[in-house]
Ligand binder design. Structure first.
Ligand SMILES: [Zn+2]
Length: 148
């Protein structure tokens, strides 16, 4: 019996559970059918972000960005590349801090882009500023090794 893996749907916020060994088998949300772990950056709202950060069974890296931020927009394709490289072991999400200012306050974001890595229900590490995909991947791998 494979232990259960809990993943929040980035689209509808539903908590989904399935066997952990199916994490890489394109799991879908039981409610809305959205992909749960497809190697793409998932746009999320504040409420969903809170759920994912607190209760998900896979590490989560979140990009705090805004449409008016040039470096954030330049960084977006790099973040997508990082999502592909880290799948299916880490999920990547992004939150628009202009539409969801609550997130800026809650996570004390002082400048964007900013990245927070969550694992096992807590914040593990932060990274600030735009950078290439390879740097993002290295950051995540190093930090996760430390908590493993
Ligand atoms: Zn869903």
């Amino acid at each position: 019996m494979s232990p259960k893996l809990r993943l929040t749907c980035p689209e509808c916020g539903q908590a989904n559970q399935f066997p952990r060994d199916k994490a890489g088998a394109a799991p879908k949300c039981g409610i809305c059918g959205h992909a749960l772990n497809d190697g793409k950056v998932a746009p999320v709202d504040f409420r969903t972000l809170e759920k994912m950060a607190k209760s998900d069974g896979l590490p989560l890296l979140v990009d705090f960005w805004a449409p008016w931020c040039g470096p954030c927009r330049a960084m977006a394709p790099e973040f997508e590349k990082a999502a592909k490289a880290l799948a299916p072991h880490v999920r990547l999400a992004k939150i628009d801090t202009q539409s969801h200012p609550d997130a800026t306050v809650r996570y004390n974001i002082r400048g964007i882009p900013a990245f927070i890595l969550f694992a096992e229900g807590r914040e593990v590490a932060r990274l600030a500023g735009a950078r290439p995909a390879a740097d993002v991947v290295r950051f995540v791998q190093e930090k996760l090794t430390l908590i493993a």
